[in-house]
Design a protein around this ligand. Structure first.
Ligand SMILES: Nc1ncnc2c1ncn2[C@@H]1O[C@H](COP(=O)(O)OP(=O)(O)O)[C@@H](O)[C@H]1O
Ligand SMILES: [Mg+2]
Length: 260
């Protein structure tokens, strides 16, 4: 059975999509079979991994709305071996409203993940920057949550709302949900501010924070425009090293969790 993880923070621009693509790609490079699910109407994971959104006939939207649809029909291969994608489309923006009237509206993504879980080692869900029905579907469907936090002045702003959302989902929809960890992103070693944010986040999250910190690296921002992950685009860039290191730490945590 594969493990499913939602990459979640209701703030935009904190590194969710970048972490989703690059963690997924590093896992795939290590021989894991990985499925990314893009549930953000902006579809940045979809375009960032080189899939042309306008040419798609079927997307996540179709499988969410039609519960009888074969999920394998919406899964696409990517330019990275072992890495697959359920793409997003702008239709997803309308799904917020359309799902509101369907029965079991919070469990539509769960149906999709459950159907293909045994085919993958990891399933990563790239959440939208909101707390709407799409995010609820994500948190209801997955085993755990990975929280990217940007090293900026307002880093911890919104975190209490983020935690209470996870608690609410745990109570009402997904009792076994847990936080995998917190990954700090866009660290700038030249500023005291970045350093201070690291300390604040560590004080707040303690052990949940990963030791690896993703630096600010322009190569990470460039890679999506070529439709490839950083380890393909520039394997020796600091951003590539950081995501490889993070993936190692991620897998070590997985191992020790299973050992318990
Ligand atoms: N470590 C990083 N260094 C430099 N730019 C980054 C880094 N991480 C993300 N970015 C860029 O910052 C922007 C927001 O990141 P993104 O991953 O899309 O965040 P989110 O999905 O949370 O909105 C994107 O343009 C992305 O390319
Ligand atoms: Mg995003």
């Amino acid at each position: 059975m594969g493990k499913s993880i939602a990459i979640f923070n209701q703030k935009g621009g904190v590194g969710k999509t970048t972490t989703n693509i690059n963690l997924a790609a590093c896992l795939a490079y290590k021989g894991k079979k990985v499925l990314m699910i893009d549930i953000d109407p902006q579809g940045n994971t979809t375009s960032g991994i080189g899939i042309r959104k306008r040419k798609l006939k079927l997307t996540l939207y179709d499988a969410l709305i039609d519960s009888s649809m074969d999920v394998n029909k919406v899964i696409l291969p990517t330019n990275t071996e072992n890495l697959f994608l359920i793409p997003a489309s702008v239709d997803l923006a309308g799904a917020e409203v359309e799902l509101a009237n369907l029965e079991g509206r919070e469990r539509k993504l769960k149906r999709i993940i459950d159907e293909v879980k045994d085919q993958y080692d990891y399933i990563l869900v790239d959440c939208p920057p909101s707390l709407g029905i799409l995010t609820l579907n994500s948190l209801t469907a997955v085993d755990s949550v990975l929280i990217p936090i940007q090293c900026e002045f307002y880093a911890l702003e919104g975190v209490s709302q983020l935690i209470s959302t996870i608690e609410m989902v745990k109570k009402r929809l997904n009792p076994d949900l847990y936080i995998d960890g917190v990954i700090l992103s866009m660290f700038d070693g030249r500023t005291n501010l970045s350093q201070a944010v690291v300390e604040d986040v560590r004080a707040f999250f303690g052990q949940a924070m990963y030791n690896t910190i993703i630096p600010r690296n322009v190569r990470l921002a460039e890679a999506p425009s070529y439709g490839v992950p950083i380890i393909t685009y520039d394997p020796s860039a600091p951003g590539a090293k950081a995501y490889r290191e993070f993936t190692k730490e991620f897998l070590a945590r997985e191992k020790s969790r299973k050992g318990k």
